[in-house]
Design a protein around this ligand. Structure first.
Ligand code: ZN
Length: 204
């Protein structure tokens, strides 16, 4: 399986990092080894001083497909979850300056938190009308609404599948809303989707 990630998919997040709003989705991958089960702590790697949380809606692909049209894209998923795209922001800034790929900053072990999944049926809401948040104790770090995505889920599936076959079990991280920030040892991050607890991560 692969983890497909979308960058700059919320206008306010693109702005907070000083990036232009993209004309087409920004796509990158994380390997399977990046997955952090929600029962495990996240250890800040020794080679970065600035790991950021990015909470994101995660869509689980449940059918094999390529060159999927936008109007058929909803047939390729049923369950959604919430995850964190941990990013070594200091490393990413250096790579961006050099025009290099982002894997050192984005694809490291534990960088993809994946929580529970729930069916859209059970939520009773369309994928483009889901609210989610990330908290640290009482503090709300990020709040997102999938209606605010620049490229909505079906468009992302269509775009990505034009050049990469989607396989059963692939995970699509759909981009983060604004409010990203650094993690600190001792933090406990809790993610909720439509009021349902989806994961918690202890930072070590
Ligand atoms: Zn992200």
């Amino acid at each position: 399986m692969k983890i497909i990630c979308i960058g700059r998919n919320y206008a306010m997040h693109a702005a907070e990092l000083g990036n232009a709003v993209p004309q087409e989705p920004v796509v990158f991958l994380k390997p399977q080894s990046a997955i952090l089960s929600h029962r495990h702590p996240f250890y800040i790697p020794p080679w970065t001083q600035d790991v950021h949380y990015e909470v994101e809606l995660v869509v689980k692909i449940n059918r094999l497909g390529k060159a999927i049209s936008e109007q058929h894209a909803s047939r390729y998923y049923e369950e959604v979850g919430l995850g964190i795209d941990f990013t070594a922001r200091d490393v990413q800034a250096t790579l961006k300056k050099q025009g290099h790929p982002w894997e050192r900053a984005k694809a490291f072990d534990g960088s993809a938190v994946v929580g529970h999944f729930v069916s859209l049926d059970s939520l009773g809401k369309p994928v483009d009308d889901l609210r989610f948040d990330l908290r640290r104790g009482e503090e709300i770090l990020q709040e997102g609404h999938t209606a605010d995505m620049l490229f909505h889920v079906n468009r992302l599936i269509s775009e990505v599948s034009q050049f990469m076959t989607l396989q059963v079990g692939d995970l699509l991280f759909t981009g983060t809303p604004s409010g990203v920030g650094p993690v600190h040892s001792g933090d406990r991050l809790v993610g909720s989707l439509e009021g349902i607890h989806m994961f918690n991560v202890n930072i070590k």
